[in-house]
Write a protein that binds this ligand. Structure first.
Ligand code: GLP
Length: 238
């Protein structure tokens, strides 16, 4: 099974995660990093922005995006990442490549994205959050594990989790574009962040240490450099 760093608080989780990113920066000339969206990484983003770090040569990609959403939509992952992170650091605009949810041809956007990731030399670090149903990026339960960037139909549980961000239930997107599990596992290092009581079941599935496509996060059991940082309240009862 994977070693887990149990963080006593959200703040401790954020600082421990920021340490890992900070540690990577001087080791790689132009680090290539995959960024997650969600409540969980916000503290990490704030911690990184507070530290005296330069991201001028870092290349950023995002894990996923709602399909059909334009980058400037208030709920797009593009907007989220700029608001919570990219606008607060010295990132170079040309080094930021985020998925375009409103690309006229989703399939072509996915292929172009994979090409851009390959041209960058693959990921030095993929930072992941965890969905309540065990999804990583938008790879939902039972989605095949051998895919690169692709279009996905969102699970009902995922749509429900995202419901509070939209005025109307009908406004919650039904599909997304996401890096595939094959893309994620190709990263040289993976950092998984787990926080919130809704992640208890998914965390338990991961801690069982058995790969199970009902719980996409368990794909990480096959990777050789994964760091898991989880809130201590997700620790199973002894
Ligand atoms: C969304 C994203 C995932 C993210 C998950 C967890 O579904 N597509 O990449 O990991 O939310 O979000 P939170 O951190 O808000 O629990």
């Amino acid at each position: 099974t994977l070693p887990v760093h149990w963080a006593r608080s959200r703040a401790a989780l954020a600082e421990a995660a920021a340490d890992i990113v900070q540690d990577l920066l001087p080791r790689v000339k132009s680090p290539v990093i995959a960024l997650p969206t969600g409540e969980t990484p916000i503290g990490l983003y704030q911690a990184l922005a507070r530290r005296p770090l330069s991201f001028a040569t870092t290349r950023f990609f995002n894990l996923d995006e709602y399909e059909g959403m334009s980058p400037d939509h208030p709920q797009s992952y593009h907007t989220f990442l700029h608001r919570h992170f990219l606008d607060h650091i010295d990132a170079t605009p040309e080094n930021i490549r985020l998925l375009r949810g409103d690309a006229p041809d989703a399939l072509e956007e996915c292929r172009n994205y994979d090409r851009a990731i390959a041209a960058a030399g693959g990921f030095d670090l993929a930072i992941l959050g965890l969905g309540g149903n065990g999804h990583v990026a938008f790879n939902e339960p039972y989605d095949p594990w051998d895919q690169e960037t692709h279009r996905v139909v969102l699970a009902e549980k995922t749509r429900l989790a995202h419901r509070p961000n939209f005025a109307d239930a009908e406004d919650v997107p039904r599909s997304g574009l996401t890096m595939g599990i094959k893309t994620l596992l190709a990263a040289r290092k993976i950092l998984l962040l787990c926080a919130g009581a809704t992640k208890r079941e998914a965390m338990a599935a991961l801690l069982k240490g058995r790969k199970d496509d009902a719980w996409p996060v368990t794909c990480l059991l096959g990777h050789k450099d994964v760091t898991v940082i989880a809130e201590a309240e997700l620790q199973p009862a002894l």
